[in-house]
Ligand binder design. Structure first.
Ligand SMILES: C[S@@+](CC[C@H](N)C(=O)[O-])C[C@H]1O[C@@H](n2cnc3c(N)ncnc32)[C@H](O)[C@@H]1O
Length: 411
């Protein structure tokens, strides 16, 4: 089994534009001497959130990238001081390799290289198993769910197929990339937790179009699902699901969980350009109502255009918490919640349950934030009654979950 070796790590370092000694934009208060650069042999125990695995050096936890549970590796410390409770590091040499380890196909993957991918060295099947463990752990620890809950024991992060062999191999799925511009018209991506930029010629998880740079004008997307077809206009730099299979998959999953019916009232929170709102509007019909709340003016403008065929649907500009604090103080039957990474949080969860929906579909790109919000919903009598997780970001530690909350008295 090929193994990352210290020589490879040195070669990788030479590819970066700035030496790793200049990293650490998030330096914490120094407690004792820095241990950055120290090397230790570590037996890697388990996966943690964020693309790290956990091992120990003399009892102290070390969060290690570029390794796998069960491996023995040489770790070079990248963040930490003598007084810190935990350190971070990179596996720069593999002494005992996991059977799930493969040679990364990307030349930019590895220690002190591009920070975009976490799992290039892991088989796709094992990547999904690692993510399944992380989701279970976050929902148990933060969501306070019983680890024996069948929703967790049966959970398995699902492979998301695409239209090309590359996508099915976990490559060429990323339709948008936020590049860092470099002199000479070049571009790159940051090292992990660093301002250092690695010049990248061809990002293998990005589509050819995304590698070429950002489009200049609004982009048009058509989404066809089992429930129908809708067209969407999106600003070039506006939010759109990055995996080509994501819009259809997420819409179908949300509709399947919510089962919106003719005449119902629906809230679409963090609505973007109205991906879910159009399909909700179809389902509730003209006797129903859809309110799509979004905080980005350009997205709201596009959502207004995208929803123009529906008299029953309206895009509203504003922060979700501020808007719900002053408006739409009335019952809603169903809610779609698709917040940014930090989740909906207490104020919005309180405002959602105040509207007494029979069902809430929560689309979550961070299982830790979902876990915290699961606990908040439970305090209001809303239980997690369905959960799916999708591998919409292969090669990275990211995973998309869709959770259904229902009121105990109506479930
Ligand atoms: C994960 S995206 C989901 C967009 C949409 N549901 C979709 O799938 O295309 C989150 C959206 O929330 C918006 N947003 C972020 N914070 C917000 C807030 N506090 N209030 C309203 N919208 C917010 C962002 O502009 C972004 O469009």
């Amino acid at each position: 089994m090929p193994a990352t070796c210290a020589a490879d790590a040195r070669a990788t370092t030479e590819r970066t534009l700035v030496s790793r000694t200049t990293r650490s934009p998030r330096q914490r208060q120094a407690r004792g001497d820095s241990v950055v650069g120290q090397r230790h042999t570590v037996e890697v125990e388990r996966i943690a959130h964020g693309g790290f695995c956990v091992g120990r050096v003399e009892g102290r936890a070390v969060f290690v990238r570029h390794t796998l549970p069960g491996e023995t590796v040489v770790v070079e410390i990248t963040e930490g001081t003598e007084g810190d409770r935990f350190w971070r590091g990179d596996a720069v040499e593999v002494l005992t390799a996991s059977p799930d380890r493969i040679e990364p196909v990307c030349q930019y993957a590895g220690p002190a290289a591009c920070g975009g991918c976490d799992f290039q060295h892991v088989t796709l099947k094992a990547q999904r198993a690692l993510k399944t463990t992380v989701v279970r752990e976050q929902l148990t620890r933060l969501g306070k769910l019983d680890p024996a809950d069948p929703l967790l024991t049966r959970l398995s992060v699902e492979h998301v197929s695409g239209e090309s062999a590359d996508i099915n191999a976990g490559l060429r799925w990323r339709t948008r990339v936020t590049w860092v511009g470099l002199p000479g018209g070049l571009h790159g991506l940051h090292e992990h937790r660093s301002r250092n930029v690695v010049e990248i010629d061809d990002c293998l998880i990005a589509t050819e179009e995304a590698n070429a740079g950002a489009p200049t004008g609004p982009v048009s997307h058509t989404v066809t699902t089992s429930a129908g077809t809708h067209d969407y206009l999106v600003a070039a730099d506006g939010f759109w699901q990055v995996h080509p299979s994501a819009p259809k998959l997420l819409v179908e999953t949300v509709l399947d969980m919510l089962q919106p019916a003719e005449g119902e009232k629906a809230l679409d929170l963090y609505a973007g350009v109205g991906l879910f709102a159009s399909f909700l509007a179809d389902a509730v019909g003209e006797s129903g109502k859809v309110v799509a709340i979004e905080g980005d003016q350009s997205a709201v403008d596009h959502a207004t255009t995208n929803l123009r065929a529906f008299r029953q649907a309206k895009a509203v500009m504003g922060a979700v918490d501020k808007t719900l604090a002053t408006s739409y103080d009335e019952p809603f039957d169903v809610v779609v919640l698709d917040p940014p990474r930090d989740g909906a949080k207490k104020a919005v969860v309180d405002q959602v349950v105040d509207r007494a929906p029979r069902a809430v579909a929560y689309v979550a790109c961070d299982p830790a934030a979902l876990g915290r919000d699961v606990a908040l919903f439970a305090e209001h009598g809303y239980t997690l009654s369905a959960l799916r997780a999708f591998d919409l970001f292969p090669m990275t530690h990211h995973v998309e979950c869709v959770a259904l909350f229902t009121r105990r008295d109506v479930s």
